[in-house]
Design a protein. Structure first.
Length: 157
């Protein structure tokens, strides 16, 4: 039984390593290779949605890696490559979209929600204070005497 389980675990391990993205490209220099790595980590896989194209095993990610390699070989700048990908797949393909009229809510929405929540909390506190005020129930002399009498009885028991 142990041998069978070990065999299954090894088979699954080999199967998963076979599926891993394994592109091998020959770059002109280390700068170009660095740009390739930077671009593939900066751009999101359109199919996987939460992986960059460097880590994705999807076929479209492999095609995009090949396209980036081709465009780098043609001497295109990083911005030209990013613009090409955005034109083709939309702003979604970028992990850090530019600030423009289409993405302002994405950038400032969380801050707006935070400020709105703080404003609501403040309004609730102010309304509560207006209704109840900062009243402190003051004991009358008669209530104090009753309380001290009860406490004396409790300690004397």
């Amino acid at each position: 039984m142990n041998r069978f389980l070990c065999g299954v675990v090894l088979a699954l391990g080999f199967a998963s390593s076979v599926q891993a993205a394994s592109d091998t490209y020959v770059f002109n220099d280390e700068t170009e290779q660095g740009r390739y790595i930077e671009l593939t980590q900066e751009l999101r896989c359109p199919k996987c949605q939460n992986q960059n194209i460097a880590d994705s095993n999807a076929s479209i990610a492999a095609d995009l890696r090949k396209e980036i390699f081709r465009m780098l070989g043609e001497g295109q700048s990083n911005q030209q490559i990013i613009d090409f990908m955005v034109d083709r797949y939309g702003e979604f393909v970028r992990y850090k979209p530019e600030l423009n009229r289409h993405t302002w809510l994405l950038w400032f929405g969380p801050v707006g929600f935070l400020l709105g929540g703080l404003l609501v909390i403040r309004l609730i506190v102010v309304r509560h204070r207006m209704r109840h005020g900062d009243q402190i129930d003051v004991l009358t002399e008669q209530k104090r005497q009753q309380l001290s009498h009860l406490l004396e009885q409790k300690y004397n028991e």
